[in-house]
Design a protein around this ligand. Sequence first.
Ligand code: HAM
Length: 417
Amino acid sequence: MIQAPKGTYDVLPPDAARRELLLGHAARILGAAGYERIETPAFEATELFARGVGEATDIVQKEMYSFDDGGGRSLTLRPEGTAPVCRAYIEHGMHKLPPPVKLWYLSSFFRAENPQKGRYRQFWQVGAEVIGADGPETDAELIVLLAELLEAMGVKGTRLRLASLGTPETRVEYRQELTAYLRAHESELSEEVRARIDLNPMRAFDASDAGTRRVMEAAPKLLERLAPDDAEHFATVRALLDAAGVAYELDPTLVRGLDYYTRTLFEFTSDALGAQSGVGGGGRYDRLIEQLGGQRTAGIGWAAGLERILLAAPEQPVMSRVVDLLVVGGDRDSRPVALAAFEVAREARRAGLAAQLELTGRSLKSALKHADRLGARYVAIVHDGEHASLKDMESGEQKELTTAAVIPEVLRGSRLT
Ligand code: HAM
């Protein structure tokens, strides 16, 4: 038996209904705020992610599905959506549109990660990006919209972590300061942290040993080192969130695995998830468009994992499917009967009914049983081009009528949806 590759899964019809629910909420919430849908290709030039996401990130170093296109060009299955959206923005000259350009997507992404609950190699994200607006209201609006989407889906136990990264220049200076601080306290740090001081000093904030934790409590924080305009921007984002009643925790150690972020950074987690607790997150990327060859343009956005939203949300009742009519050919060896039945089903659908044609050649008895299973309200048994019987499955009544009368009769008795 050939199975789906490790880390991938099939979306079977019962799951599809919940995914459609999410799609509907996203379209409604983001649509009302003026965001328009965008879809980019499933693969892109590898260079886009190397330059956009960052050569040194885990995503680019270890998690990309890259391949040769047969002509010597390296392509990569998209691991995320922000760099592709910015590529499309530049490629289609969207800077000529009245700013800001507000876009959203629901697409599949690919990362060669170790699969576990909530972590897959092909997964889906709903994402939103605003390009061409640098004010703090944009940051707050995006965060509020994600909070609304998670709430609409009934995601339980959410927490919002918030930070600001300032500019890359501030970060370089801060990194030097932190490295020097760690060196000065080297003897109190765990061996693991000590070995990584130069490679990634920020990791020291995540250490769990008592010695390192004590040192890190007094360590300089990036949030305290922001340049005045970055600090002002962040203070306004916080004031807007406070006014909107959105609770958050300041987390000066928040790190996300993408290099393009500047200023505001945020992440929603859910206690309802296990180790993979990140439901969705994002931030500002005011330098990314320029890095990809466009003019310097501000950008900010988020993405939330569809699977994680569904894992953290209770099952919601989904509308059951309505079947108004099942059309059965009374004599399956007769071509005129087949043609007439086919026509009745087609016309019924054109008239707005949910109508199915019996396709397997079942006996009349088992076709009626099947109609019961489907929950069909009527069954039409077509005898020839002219005559049919119509059975009301609820009352059990059966009527003889012309084939032309079937649809008007069903429409009369139909509780049309
Ligand atoms: P990210 O944090 O890498 O951000 O991914 C966003 C969300 O996608 C995560 O919070 C998680 O729910 C989901 N996710 C990530 N990897 C997996 C996986 N292997 N399996 C299942 N779900 C996963 C980004 O991708 C940025 N592009 C977000 C952004 C948009 N920043 C600015 N604009």
